[in-house]
Design a binder for this molecule. Structure first.
Ligand SMILES: [Zn+2]
Length: 320
């Protein structure tokens, strides 16, 4: 049996059929069978709305429409697969993940711009079942600034409203996700967070120099705060060969992150259905292949248990 896993990020709601049947679209990385074969006990599904792509005059309306279209698919999926999937809404729900073959689904927002600029919206999305917010995508929003090759933007942090959002999320029991944010936003979150936070789908910048990845200093800070970072499988975030994610590059990422941040910071964050290319881990069914490669590279059973499940579970338990 495959090792029990939590995957902190996928964009599968973009690919899923209108019926909500996870197995209908063969072009999707994630199927129900794949989740089962890969041992996944909790899968995060992102409602991905890159709010910054919409021109300002229509941004509010377009954002709401896009969020709702994916939210409907999420609802359909939960109904279609009611005997296999259930929503993870509170810490006690973690006890059910992987029991009797049930898979927990944690709904996330990718791009906190969806929250607009009113603090009461955080609770509105909490009430819809959202339990994790990726603060930005690749554009600035009311919360803060995104990753950028321009140092001026990269250094900009949370806005006063962004700080309010962090406090409100911690108060309600929502997980703060710093994947995609600027180094400045990361610094501000690390400074003010009173609970663990995470980077749902980010790798090491020392191993692969993409601006989306995290410096060694950030990895250390994240670990100090009790956070985790989910391994992103996308070629541009992993390593050496364009358009290809090789197993050896994933192993190199993990060995480096472990050396810098310790094994308590490791987690999985595939980014399935948001990434493209030739992937050695091409769906949840391939998690056991990664497990074998990491075992061969020297990770212990205990470390693999932590990376696959216990570390991410620890964060969810403390926050939800
Ligand atoms: Zn992303």
């Amino acid at each position: 049996m495959a090792r029990k896993a939590i995957d902190l990020h996928c964009d599968t709601l973009m690919k899923i059929a209108k019926s909500g049947n996870l197995d209908e679209n063969e072009k999707s990385h994630v199927s129900l069978k794949g989740l089962r074969d890969g041992g996944v006990a909790l899968q995060c599904f992102a409602d991905f709305v890159p709010t910054g792509i919409f021109p300002k005059p229509v941004r509010k309306i377009a954002t709401a429409a896009m969020f709702n279209s994916f939210y409907k698919k999420y609802q359909k999926m939960m109904v279609y697969h009611a005997d296999a999937l259930f929503p993870v809404l509170k810490a006690a729900d973690l006890d059910k993940c992987g029991v009797d073959g049930k898979i927990g689904v944690l709904l996330t927002i990718e791009d906190g711009g969806v929250l607009g600029d009113k603090i009461e919206n955080v609770k509105k999305f909490y009430d819809k079942g959202v339990r994790l917010v990726t603060l930005t995508w690749n554009h600035a929003n009311a919360i803060g600034y995104p990753n950028s090759y321009e140092p001026e933007i990269m250094n900009k942090g949370l806005t006063p409203f962004g700080k309010e959002v962090i406090r409100e999320m911690e108060h309600l029991g929502m997980v703060v996700d710093v994947s995609h944010v600027s180094d400045g936003v990361f610094r501000d979150v690390a400074e003010m967070a009173t609970k663990p936070f995470l980077a749902s789908h980010s790798n090491s910048r020392a191993v692969c120099g993409h601006k989306r990845n995290m410096t060694d200093d950030m990895i250390r800070k994240l670990a100090d705060k009790g956070g985790v970072m989910g391994l992103n499988l996308g070629p541009e975030f992993v390593g050496s060969v364009e358009g290809v994610t090789r197993m050896e590059d994933l192993v190199a990422q993990i060995l480096h992150i472990r050396q810098v941040g310790g094994s308590e910071v490791l987690a999985l964050g595939s980014d399935f259905d948001g990434i493209h290319g030739q992937l050695d881990v091409a769906g949840p069914q391939d998690w056991p292949k990664l497990e074998d490669a990491l075992k061969a590279a020297g990770l212990s059973e205990d470390e693999l248990d932590k990376m696959w499940y216990a570390n991410a579970e620890r964060v969810f338990r403390e926050v939800l």
